[in-house]
Design a protein around this ligand. Structure first.
Ligand code: DQA
Length: 146
């Protein structure tokens, strides 16, 4: 794996982007967002390893893997953001910077979305810019890792 690989990790239900609540999440599919990330990654000199899972344990394993094989992580943990102590602990267990990403402005939505279990463990949080949140996260990883 090249030394400037970044992992872009996506949690539950994000595989349904495009048809899932488009009024909130937009009409772009996860494949569209992956393509945007790859283009931005090329500009920044990153190889983008883009993954999605509906299973918490997959995300935890991938964070551990990123600690060994990547220089940073952008993660949209989706609903696990609001519930997962295990993801918080996984992020704290690795030495690479992790950026929390959300398409929507979670603070302008239901109260249960206002609390992030992972926010205290990450380097920073970007939310509310739709697919552009991912681009901003890659740019942030570029500026803090060089
Ligand atoms: C989300 C916001 C979460 O509250 C929600 O559970 C998601 C998507 C976002 O990208 O806006 O699935 O992470």
């Amino acid at each position: 794996m090249v030394s400037s690989t970044v992992f872009v990790l996506n949690g539950p239900n994000l595989n349904a982007l495009g048809k899932r609540e488009p009024g909130i999440y937009g009409s772009q599919t996860l494949a569209d967002i992956e393509a945007l990330c790859r283009t931005e990654g090329e500009k920044l000199g990153f190889a983008v390893d883009f993954r999605q899972s509906n299973h918490e344990g997959d995300l935890i394993g991938w964070i551990h893997e990123a600690g060994d094989n990547a220089i940073g992580v952008a993660i949209n943990a989706a609903a696990y953001t609001h519930t997962s102590v295990a993801l918080h602990d996984a992020i704290r267990a690795v030495g690479v910077p992790v950026i929390e990403v959300h398409l929507s402005n979670v603070h302008a939505r239901e109260e249960f979305r206002h609390r992030s279990m992972i926010a205290p463990a990450v380097r920073g949080v970007i939310c509310g810019f739709g697919a552009h949140s991912y681009i901003l996260a890659l740019q942030a990883l570029s500026s803090i890792t060089r």
